[in-house]
Ligand binder design. Structure first.
Ligand code: ARG
Length: 466
């Protein structure tokens, strides 16, 4: 069996070289995209009179047959044919004879592979946006059910000020909202056609790149043929966006792991999303969250890997660039896996409202509010802070909470204290006092949810408005 590029060679390739240089082991996943690109290319070759219409029809029907084999799992991918492009072309020639060799007219694997990657990523990014929307919906749904759930808000992982659990969840809705925006923005840099750039310089055939772009649904065409075949920015940008998504998922995961612990006891995940221990029968582990947190590392690694592959490459194509694929495929799979699990996991999460409330009650997270109380009565905030610091210390030494103090005790720290201090210190009061745009007061969170739902609707229609 000879190679598609065998003409110049007088010897068989060393078998280890075949295996080492081949990419079919991973780029077979772009079979659909490769055939789609070829169908558009050959249609254009016919339209431009570069290949006769009868040959074009033959090639198209051959490609469709090859595609059937791929879809039915009958296609045999072979290392000897190096990559997906030559595997498909060889199968086409086997299917319809030497006329299949006309498909590669006016094209190079360099612009072909770039086109496949653009087609692949364009599709995947849309799917990922859908998954992120779905996760946002489930977070919003949980938020609506927790508009009266008060929990300690943390800084330095120390109880800081009470907040609504809904408010905490909505922070993630905002984070994933930015992730979606980034993917949507990056889409315009993915939605560009490289085909027609040839190996690097263009082609001598009178091709019509605009016609190909239209068939493949690309909004733009690469302006420069060298750039077209050597640009991998769109993949790096995707990996970077993916890294941020994983970082957000990982932070959420870390919180879920903490909240699930007996020490917090704030939530319980559904049995369907947890696993047990082979030795400790009492255990129910939040494995999904732990793995998502762990898999964040490989996505960051994929980003670093590709940045480094590209950093010193001269223009235009270099074989190094074949290293762009595994990290991209792996990242897509890793993200999809995490997002597909996270939406239903959040939906089935049980919130232990009492445990959260207990945690708020048993601490000093209302201390800021006493300082604000004194400041509102004219004491400079800095002095008020000092007074309350001493008050808290007094409580700690006496092993009591702020609400346990008598009015006389309060007054011994400042004559400004009055009976209403007890109301001010109630958790609901503390939460609702933060009645500022973006704050945790119940009515503010209700409005934030309304805004988020509207934004979600707009975002879900984003691709229809093009
Ligand atoms: N398998 C190759 C890749 O993924 C396709 C492009 C090969 N081009 C070439 N001139 N050898 O990068």
């Amino acid at each position: 069996m000879s190679k598609l590029w065998g003409g110049r060679f007088t010897k068989e390739t060393n078998q280890l070289v075949d295996e080492y240089t081949s990419s079919i082991r991973f780029d077979y996943v772009m079979a659909e995209e490769d055939i789609e690109g070829s169908l558009a290319h050959v249609t254009m070759l016919g339209k431009c009179g570069i290949v006769e219409q009868t040959d074009v029809e033959l090639i198209k029907s051959g490609l469709v047959k090859v595609r059937e084999k791929v879809r039915n799992g009958e296609f045999e991918f072979s290392v000897r044919n190096e990559d997906i492009h030559m595997n498909i072309e060889a199968a086409l020639i086997e299917e319809i004879g030497p006329v299949g060799g006309k498909l590669h007219t006016g094209r190079s694997r360099n612009d072909q592979v770039a086109t496949d990657m653009h087609l692949y990523l364009r599709k995947q990014v849309l799917e990922l946006i859908d998954l992120l929307h779905h996760l946002q919906q489930e977070l919003i749904h949980q938020a609506k059910q927790n508009l009266d759930t008060i929990m300690p808000g943390y800084t330095h992982l120390q109880r800081a000020q009470p907040i609504l659990f809904a408010h905490h969840l909505m922070a993630y809705v905002a984070m994933f909202g930015r992730d979606i925006e980034r993917l949507q923005d990056s889409y315009k840099r993915i939605d560009i056609l490289p085909l027609g750039a040839g190996a690097l310089a263009g082609t001598t055939f009178p091709i019509d790149r605009h016609f190909v772009a239209k068939q493949l649904g690309f909004t733009k065409i690469y302006e420069n043929s060298l750039d077209a075949v050597s640009d991998r920015d769109f993949i790096i940008e995707f990996l970077s966006n993916a890294s941020l998504i994983m970082m957000h998922l990982s932070r959420l995961s870390e919180e879920i792991v903490l909240w699930m612990s007996s020490e917090f006891g704030f939530i319980e995940l559904d049995d369907a999303f947890c696993t047990g221990s082979s030795i400790m029968p009492q255990k129910k582990n939040p494995d999904v969250s732990e793995l998502v947190r762990g898999k964040t590392g490989r996505v960051y690694g994929n980003l670093m890997g590709l940045l480094i592959v590209l950093k010193s490459l001269p223009l235009a194509y270099n074989k190094d660039m074949q290293e762009d694929k595994e990290g991209m495929f792996d990242t897509v799979q890793t993200l999809k896996g995490a997002l597909q699990l996270y939406a239903p996991m959040i939906a089935s999460m049980k919130v232990n409202k009492d445990a959260m409330r207990q945690a708020v009650r048993n601490d000093f997270s209302n201390a800021t509010d006493i300082a604000d109380y004194l400041a509102k009565k004219g004491l400079p905030f800095r002095n008020a802070h000092e007074v309350i610091g001493k008050l808290v210390l007094y409580c700690i030494e006496k092993k009591v909470l702020l609400l346990d103090l008598s009015l006389d005790e309060f007054r011994s720290f400042s004559p400004l204290f009055e009976e209403d201090i007890y109301e001010v210190l109630q958790p609901e009061h503390v939460v609702n006092a933060r009645n500022v745009y973006g704050g945790t007061a119940r009515n503010q969170v209700v409005e934030a949810i309304e805004r988020a739902e509207k934004a979600l609707e707009v975002s879900m229609n984003w691709n229809n408005n093009e």
